[in-house]
Design a protein around this ligand. Structure first.
Ligand code: KIV
Ligand code: NA
Length: 278
């Protein structure tokens, strides 16, 4: 397969082929999503929670996320790779945003970056990064970095006024030059109503079936977590259970002296062993 490019993504959109996006945070998850044949991969700041164990995405640092992005790059061949700009790494100034975006491209080999929000600051930063030559994905609706201001992890755009704001923010991000916009946790009917006004690639998560594509968090869809997760998550495997039973079986074998067995050991010629023992 050839590397995914923006023109090829736009062609799929034109043909009405749903775009498949998933997160990845390290080398093995990158190998898995690459071999599964997804179109886009996001090194999400959700990695703060899924692989680093933070309570939210707020505390993760730029260096931490860059380390995850570099590992993903090493395992990925075909999909289009997007790096998520962590909270605090782009809001301060256009200069800060462009510098951070360059690190994702130059150090981690990302094809694009993503930032959250459609207010004046996010729109200005998106425009600045696009102006510097780096494709930008926007993200509206539920934006976890600022969830405190949104009243927690809850669906957005559920009143006429709130839906209007989501629509205005998406259009502003598109006008700023974003090639794509994530719609997170908004009513399906709101997403559907806004779609005709957007030529950017719209990737939904909890936004219904009308968007150009879907994104899910790797650990949510594979069940590498405790608990069910959000309403919009569909679980396709129970990998945490598999991991626990695999390690428990190993522990059991060690304690029962069934592992290691004869085939797991190395040998030494008898005469060498005899000489060694003298
Ligand atoms: O960090 C993340 O995983 C995301 C996706 C859910 C869009 O931002
Ligand atoms: Na994110």
């Amino acid at each position: 397969r050839l590397p995914m490019t923006l023109p090829r993504l736009a062609e799929k959109q034109r043909l009405g082929e749903p775009l498949v996006m998933v997160t990845a945070y390290d080398y093995p998850s990158a190998l898995a999503v690459d071999k599964a044949g997804v179109d886009l991969v996001l090194v999400g700041d959700s990695g703060a929670m899924t692989v680093l164990g933070y309570e939210s995405t707020v505390p993760v640092s730029l260096d931490e996320l860059l380390m995850l992005a570099k590992a993903v790059r090493r395992g990925l061949r075909t999909p289009f790779l997007v790096g998520d700009l962590p909270f605090g790494s782009y809001e301060v100034s256009d200069e800060q945003a462009v510098q951070t975006a360059f690190r994702f491209v130059k150090e981690a080999g990302c094809d694009a970056v993503k930032l959250e929000g459609g207010g004046p600051v996010s729109v200005a930063r998106a425009r600045a990064i696009v102006g510097a030559g780096i494709p930008v994905m926007g993200h509206v609706g539920l934006t976890p970095q600022t969830s405190t201001a949104l009243g927690g992890y809850r669906a957005q755009g559920r009143t006429a006024e709130a839906a209007g704001r989501v629509a205005r923010e998406a259009l502003a991000l598109q006008d700023a030059g974003c090639f794509s916009i994530v719609f997170e946790a908004i009513p399906s009917a709101v997403a559907e109503a806004v779609m005709p006004r957007l030529h950017a690639l719209v990737i939904g998560i909890g936004a219904g079936p009308a968007t150009d594509g879907q994104v899910l968090v790797f650990h949510d869809l594979l069940g590498i977590r405790e608990g069910r997760g959000a309403r919009f998550v569909q679980r396709y495997a129970d990998i945490l259970d598999e991991m626990i039973s695999g390690v428990a079986a190993y522990a059991d074998d060690v304690r029962g002296r069934r592992y290691p067995g004869p085939d797991h050991g190395y040998t030494i010629p008898d005469e060498e062993l005899a000489a060694f023992k003298e």
